[in-house]
Design a protein around this ligand. Structure first.
Ligand SMILES: Cc1cc2nc3c(=O)[nH]c(=O)nc-3n(C[C@H](O)[C@H](O)[C@H](O)COP(=O)(O)O)c2cc1C
Length: 400
């Protein structure tokens, strides 16, 4: 079965979709998600560690999860913004996480979560000025996460003349900017502040800023009540950092929504930089997100201060265990060093910021050691956390 999630607000385009997918599958079901109640994933991890496979948000997405369990091919139909999938399209993708489970393995040489059910192929049909190359790479990455293949990226209206958003022109970060006096930091994680790994990273980074005498203000976008003030601060600050976790290979849908509410023109110039982190520790897992981020400052009327990229942040919020505490203390201390470096150099285009990411890929010896020793330790650790969270089901159970 082919499941198509149509997130477009602009009426029913089922005939157009069917025509585009003609010959690919006889059995196509199109679901219009604009008619459904679907919230942003808030990153609570309940679907992995407390009620395996069941999302804590009790809205219409459960209907979709049940359909995904029966599907083989999965398309999203989405509008675009900033050259990428808009927040409505990304929102239906971020919620797909219960289709995977907490356990980690290496597939095609990459760290991955295990499938809860079966492989899913994935494709994108888009409207508007999407960047074809970026969307193709994203589709391929998403499909591989679900052990499937990319079904392709198709423009909804093939005859429409689209400009496409150029990524490269906007990509060069400013080098050797002046030392920073004050910086605005936005926490782009949908997870509540007290549990957010991004928040822990911002605190550590902020310590470094303060050591250099740089002041900073923080707004958390997980709290919508802070959005007006965050927008106002974004428009009036001249040095802005948005810190965020990687969600399904790119930005969380909640952050995409916030960005799409910003005015397109600014009165004062500003430099916009980013801190991008993710659960897996390999640098290359974050590179598509980085590519997209590098294109954003120009689209928001800002100059680009670069992207600080680092994986391995998943355990920052679970620091009870002394081994994990030691490991994560070291990581947080390295963010403090980067705060100091940013305050002095004014950007993330320094050699130390480039080196900060660490290895792009695990070496073969790392894969071997993982399979022989660490896999079991990591598994046990997740099971311990689940038990502490009151989980009574096996983490790989299949509720649907
Ligand atoms: C819906 C969702 C999708 C995620 N996708 C990825 C991913 O594609 N790659 C990755 O390395 N980590 C991924 N993660 C892990 C988060 O980036 C990581 O846990 C991060 O530390 C969360 O930061 P926060 O607590 O501030 O939200 C994902 C987490 C969630 C909840």
């Amino acid at each position: 079965m082919t499941l198509v999630l149509n997130s477009l607000e602009s009426g029913d385009c089922s005939e157009q979709i069917k025509a585009l997918l003609a010959g690919k599958d006889e059995n196509i079901e199109i679901v219009n998600t604009a008619d459904m109640k679907i919230a942003h994933c808030m990153g609570c991890n309940m679907c992995w560690l407390k009620t395996p496979g069941v999302c804590a948000i009790r809205d219409d997405y459960e209907i979709i999860l049940k359909k995904l369990v029966a599907a083989e091919n999965f398309w999203i139909v989405t509008d675009t913004k900033f050259g990428f999938v808009d927040y409505r399209g990304k929102r239906v993708l971020d919620r797909v996480v219960p289709m995977l489970n907490m356990y980690i393995e290496f597939r095609d040489g990459w760290e991955r979560h295990q499938l809860r059910y079966h492989p899913l192929n994935f494709g994108v049909i888009y409207k508007g000025d999407g960047n074809q190359e970026l969307l193709e790479e994203w589709s391929m990455r998403v499909a591989r996460n679900m052990a499937g293949r990319s079904l392709g990226v198709i423009a909804l209206d093939k005859n429409e003349v689209r400009e496409g958003v150029a990524l490269e022109a906007a990509a060069a970060p400013v080098e050797n900017a002046a030392p920073v006096k004050r910086v605005l930091i936005l926490n782009g994680s949908p997870r509540v502040k007290k549990n957010s790994n991004t928040n822990k990273i911002i605190d550590a980074f902020g310590e470094g800023l303060q050591q250099a005498g740089t002041c900073y203000d923080v707004y958390s976008l997980s709290n919508r009540l802070e959005w007006d003030a965050a927008r106002e601060a974004f428009m009036t600050s001249d040095n802005i950092i948005i810190a965020m976790p990687l969600f399904v290979e790119c930005l969380p849908s909640l952050l995409l929504e916030f960005l799409s509410t910003l005015p397109t023109e600014r009165k004062q110039p500003a430099q916009l930089s980013f801190i991008l982190h993710g659960g897996f520790d390999e640098g290359h897992q974050l590179r598509l997100g980085e590519k997209f981020l590098l294109s954003l400052p120009a689209q928001l009327g800002c100059s680009c201060g670069g992207v600080l990229v680092k994986g391995g942040s998943f355990l920052l919020r679970n620091r009870e265990n002394s081994y994990i505490k030691k490991m994560t203390d070291k990581m947080l201390a390295s963010y403090t060093t980067m705060g100091l470096s940013f305050a002095r150099s004014g950007s993330f285009s320094t050699p130390e910021a480039m080196k900060f990411t660490g290895p792009e890929k695990n070496p073969w010896i790392g894969l071997l050691l993982f399979n022989l020793i660490f896999k079991r330790i990591v598994k046990k650790n997740f099971e311990r956390i689940a038990q502490e969270w009151g989980c009574t089901e096996p983490l790989d159970s299949k509720p649907y």
